[in-house]
Design a protein around this ligand. Structure first.
Ligand code: HEM
Length: 518
């Protein structure tokens, strides 16, 4: 949700379009009044835009926390025509994502979801129902299961080594890690999804980027659904259709090639294991064999699922590594402790393997602490109330969008000692985990809609971060001390570091003397 001051121009345009429409029809419709006095409290609202002005001038997770400090841990806001409830305490988050999970298991149906993939859903935007529960089951048992994630270990290791060698080639000059990292994290996802490198990888990744850009914008039409012409007036529909057309072309080609390769391989004893194990192959098998009992899996669904894996997985992975690296560089003692831990585990064998990571609890706690302070999805993904219900003593009308401010929960002094300090050791002293049962810490969400890609994401983050910390020391390009790195944020679809992370890599003996150099 974009909340910069640039929000106002589209609002003003929308306001005038609204007036014109109302005057032409001579039927000035009133904004629906709250259905009951029992709605949660919230800040004062203006006609037409509702509470939108309260979100200007800051990232929304921080604005919501400020509003919660004044009005309490459950807030009601009106964003244009849309009712929004934001919860900011572990007890209320538990009510939404556990006690009344079924009531809040739907996602809002937004313009993007209806245009991209011809309205055929992947996972994240799929309405709660048979299709969604079948695909979630498939994620748990096959697509993103622990066994499948483990089977991708060689891909992760190879891409991690490719990343290290690419950085090594730039020794002495600044490396923009915010630009370089996605290339390798995406390459690993491409290989997991399609079973091999992709001919049109550059084009596909550029399309993914454009798709994320189009979707992260402020979609006015989604806040004023009665003014459906806004989608055309703001050019959003046209941009979405254009992106989808190109993305569809690339995906059609990949799916077609995959079929050709299988036909060629039929009869051969050695069918390529990577292709056999790929996410696309599993999905095509499920489609061909009609393995979904209560729903149909279409070709467009397959494309949407693959795009969801990229959209849900690559940005979140890269951002977490960038934040972890930033925090570790700001805390040299932590850096030293991680390097020592990795050395100890490797015992002179200087190539980090996926399975080594399980013996590195401190590195894992660095990642945990990063996800506490800098969750890539600080507000999780929005849910929609499927039937009128209550949270605490307040009425939540059907159709209300509900957001859990996971960042506020994870930085609340009532739950955390010294929450603003980066201290991985706090997880040595506590049992709190991110598996969706400790509601003060839910960076992957909780309940039925919890992230199905947690294991896949963590496996990459831990391995790549381990590589970056073990094989290099780092300096800031402008000569400042790394402890001075800033932690300024920018929130679009995900919570990014505002400035790109540009560093100079200094290869350590661990790299120069390692088998990677042979
Ligand atoms: C650091 C890594 C990641 C983080 C922090 C993260 C976080 C999240 C969060 C907060 C949600 C919403 C949960 C809710 O509403 O309760 C989510 C949903 C989702 N994530 Fe992730 N994610 C990560 C990696 C991945 C990866 C690697 C994939 C796939 C390969 C993935 C695929 C998805 C999908 C498909 C959903 C939608 C689930 C649904 O609506 O049923 N995520 N993720």
């Amino acid at each position: 949700m974009e909340t910069s001051s640039s929000l106002f121009l589209p609002i003003i345009i929308a306001f005038f379009l609204f007036l014109v429409k109302a005057l032409l029809s001579k039927n000035l419709t009133r904004t629906r009044k709250p259905s009951s006095d029992d709605l949660p409290p919230g800040p004062w609202k203006l006609p037409f835009i509702g509470s939108l002005h309260h979100l200007v001038g800051g990232n929304s997770h921080r604005r919501f926390r400020q509003l919660a400090e004044t009005h309490g841990p459950i807030l009601h806001l009106k964003l244009g025509e849309v009712d929004l409830v934001v919860v900011s305490s572990p007890e209320l988050a538990r009510e939404v994502a556990k006690t009344r999970d079924l009531c809040f298991a739907a996602r809002p149906q937004l313009t993007a979801g209806n245009i991209l993939f011809n309205g055929h859903h992947g996972i994240a935007t799929a309405p709660h129902g048979h299709y969604w529960s079948e695909i979630r089951k498939l994620c748990a048992t096959e697509l993103l299961s622990a066994k499948r994630v483990k089977s991708f270990a060689p891909i992760r290791e190879e891409e991690a080594q490719n990343l290290i060698m690419a950085i090594l080639r730039k020794t002495g000059s600044p490396v923009n890690l915010s630009e370089m990292l996605p290339y390798y994290t995406n390459a690993a996802t491409v290989r997991a999804a399609f079973g091999r490198e992709m001919e049109e990888k550059e084009r596909f990744l550029a399309m993914m980027k454009e798709m994320m850009r189009v979707c992260s914008g402020f979609a006015l039409v989604d806040l004023f659904p009665s003014l459906s012409f806004l989608g055309a007036a703001t050019g959003l529909r046209r941009r979405m259709k254009k992106v989808w057309k190109e993305m569809d072309e690339v995906l059609e080609k990949v799916l077609g090639e995959e079929g050709d390769r299988r036909r060629e391989a039929a009869g051969e004893e050695d069918i390529d294991e990577g292709v056999e194990n790929s996410l696309v192959r599993i999905l095509k098998r499920v489609k061909e064999n009609g393995e979904f009992v209560k729903a149909t899996l279409t070709r467009d669904n397959i494309k949407a699922i693959i795009v969801d894996m990229f959209a849900g997985g690559t940005d979140t992975t890269t951002i977490t590594i960038i934040w972890a690296l930033t925090e570790v560089l700001r805390h040299p003692k932590i850096m030293h402790k991680v390097q020592e831990e990795i050395s100890k585990v490797l015992k002179g064998n200087d190539i980090i393997k996926d399975h080594d990571i399980q013996k590195m609890p401190y590195l894992k706690n660095v990642v945990k602490e990063t996800l506490r302070m800098h969750p890539p999805g600080p507000l999780l993904l929005p849910r929609v109330c499927r039937e009128t219900t209550r949270i605490s003593k307040y009425v939540i009308p059907v159709g209300t969008r509900v957001i859990i401010n996971a960042w506020a929960l994870a930085t609340d002094p009532k739950s955390w000692d010294d929450p603003e300090s980066f201290r991985p050791e706090r997880f040595e002293e506590s049992e709190v985990d991110f598996k969706g049962t400790d509601f003060e810490y839910i960076p992957f969400g909780a309940g039925r809609r919890m992230c199905p890609g947690m294991l896949f994401g963590l496996a990459g983050i831990e391995l790549w971060l381990g590589h970056l910390l073990y094989y290099f020391d780092w300096k800031i390009a402008d000569g400042r001390n790394p402890v001075e790195l800033d932690v300024e944020e920018e929130f679009g679809l995900t919570l990014n570091r505002k400035k790109d992370l540009c560093l100079i890599a200094v290869p350590r003996a661990t790299l120069l003397e390692s088998p990677l150099m042979q």
